[in-house]
Design a protein around this ligand. Structure first.
Ligand code: AMP
Length: 507
């Protein structure tokens, strides 16, 4: 669980403005990272905090930093360095939300946007969230004054180092006053991180939130051993079997992201590509499409996916395992966020086992083996989900008077067809077909007709009041109402039955 039961925000004696902001955002309890970090930061201590993505770390430094500010527009008091534009923008947005009642202005500084607008914004801001490259550029042009800085935060410091920002970070330090408070957040604490900490922090306190495992506890890890050839087809088998609501599929190269995306599209999936070749605008459009449910999958490289915040991703899929265990931890940290359960799935070919063993050994992640599903298993999984979906929808109809039908159901299920012509499986199947069509908005009479040939007598015996209710279905949840395949199915019931009998993947 992300938030803690034992602590509340009262523990930190926050200002009224901050409490109102937390209420407005909807944060009711602090996360573990926040409980660990907020009091230490408020006490003025330098901190190295190991925390995984999705732990609420942005607010863990955002809340105390804003609390400590006495904003003078145009005087930069707080600087956050982040590895990517996406993360910089997100952190900036979080600062603006947290500082909305204190009227603290934050600005994001990153490459690819107009200098003029950034200069204008700087004149009104107290907080700067920047990527190292563009910030050093502004420092060298003399367009930003960091001499009054009080607080520095290096966010996702391990990512910044792995992206080659070490020299830029060190160069930026020269523009900062020596007397300041510094924080370093990182998912993994390596020797390199410690060295960076020693250079930039003053007798820092080390806070390790989970020493045995940095992998999110809310993520279940599975892997499918594959041969390596025919991997795109294996991926489709996994997608057919799992039917993830939303996923990032990671590839190791840009070429692979394009190849996998077009393969998925050709097979009717709503997928798009996210890699460094795409302009910033395109990337933002793709992310928005995933958030709005217009697409289900993003096929991404690590660089493009760094720092993006999509909190209700149900799955992270490794089309290929990355070269390092740390990258695996980062990738899979994109699901299981904010207390939700997530699933990480990896296709592993024999030449990728090194990373696999590292992940197990270094991070104590329990990866569970699964074998690629057969067509029958895919069909069964789909049927099980279908049953759950219909049953859940029916259960939500609290007003349906079905008591009188209980006896009939018992006879059908317990005595079956004994002594009668009735085939219980077919009868239930027809009833389910009727229920599903009615749920989707078909009038009851049409639904019964569609389930013919011999619609069972029970449905025609349904009392009038019941028929009326069934004819006016409630607006169902978006996904339940029209998942991609379902729409097709509803439009062409014949084809659907075919698909259920023989999933496509084996073609
Ligand atoms: P982060 O680790 O900063 O990327 O945060 C991960 C997600 O947790 C974000 O969507 C935040 O909005 C959310 N979050 C942060 N703090 C809390 C909190 N105290 N309660 C609930 N959600 C939170």
């Amino acid at each position: 669980m992300l938030t803690t039961a034992e602590h509340t925000f009262d523990d930190f004696y926050l200002s009224d403005e901050m409490r109102r902001a937390l209420d407005a955002i909807g944060y009711t309890r602090p996360t573990k990272a926040q409980v660990a970090a907020i009091p230490l930061i408020l006490a003025g201590i330098d901190l190295i905090l190991q925390s995984q993505t999705g732990s609420g770390k942005t607010a863990a430094f955002g809340i105390p930093m804003i609390e400590m500010l006495e904003p003078v527009p145009g005087r930069i008091d707080v600087l956050v360095l982040a590895p990517t534009r996406e993360l910089a923008q997100q952190v900036c947005n979080e600062f603006e939300r947290l500082g909305q009642f204190k009227r603290v202005k934050a600005t994001a500084i990153y490459g690819g946007t107009s200098y003029e607008r950034q200069y204008e914004e700087l004149e009104k801001s107290s907080i700067v969230v920047a990527t190292p490259g563009r910030l050093i550029d502004l420092c060298e042009r003399g367009k930003i004054d960091l001499s009054q800085l009080r607080l520095l935060c290096l966010d996702e410091a391990d990512e910044m180092l792995s992206m080659g920002f070490r020299d830029d970070i060190e160069a930026i330090m020269a523009y900062l006053p020596e007397e300041r408070q510094s924080l370093l957040f990182s998912a993994t604490i390596t020797d390199e991180i410690k060295a960076l900490g020693n250079k930039t922090l003053f007798y820092p306190e080390n806070v390790l939130l989970s020493t045995d495992s940095v992998a999110s506890v809310d993520v279940a890890h599975y892997y499918y051993p594959v041969r390596g050839v025919g991997r795109p087809r294996d991926l489709i088998k996994v997608l057919e079997y799992e039917e993830p609501d939303s996923a990032i599929i990671f590839a190791n190269t840009k070429d692979d992201t394009f190849m996998v995306t077009s393969f998925l599209k050709r097979h009717g999936y709503r997928a798009d590509v996210l890699n460094g070749d795409l302009p910033q605008k395109e990337r933002e459009k793709t992310l928005a499409a995933l958030r709005d449910g217009k697409i289900d999958y993003i096929v991404a490289t690590d660089v493009a996916a760094r720092g993006i915040d999509i909190s209700d991703l149900s799955h992270v899929i490794n089309f290929v395992l990355p070269d390092s265990a740390e990258v695996y931890i980062h990738r899979t940290g994109r699901t299981g966020r904010a207390g939700k359960k997530g699933k990480a799935i990896s296709l592993i070919a024999p030449n990728e086992v090194a990373t696999f063993f590292q992940v197990r050994k270094m991070y104590s992640v329990n990866l569970i083996e699964q074998s690629l599903p057969t067509p029958v298993e895919i069909m069964k999984a789909r049927q099980r989900r279908g049953l759950t979906r219909i049953a859940t929808q029916l259960e939500s109809r609290k007003d349906l008077p079905y008591g009188a039908h209980m006896g009939i159901a018992e006879i059908l299920l317990n005595e079956g067809s004994e002594g009668s012509e009735l085939d219980p499986v077919r009868t239930v199947a027809r009833l389910l077909a009727i229920a599903e069509r009615v749920q989707k908005g078909a009038p009851l009479s049409a639904a019964v007709e569609a389930a013919a040939p011999a619609a069972p007598a029970v449905t025609t015996e349904a009392p009038k009041a019941e028929v009326k209710k069934a004819e006016a279905p409630k607006a169902e949840e978006k996904k339940a109402e029209a998942p991609k395949t379902e729409v097709k199915k509803a439009e062409a019931p014949k084809a659907e039955e075919k698909k259920a009998e023989a999933p496509k993947v084996e073609e």
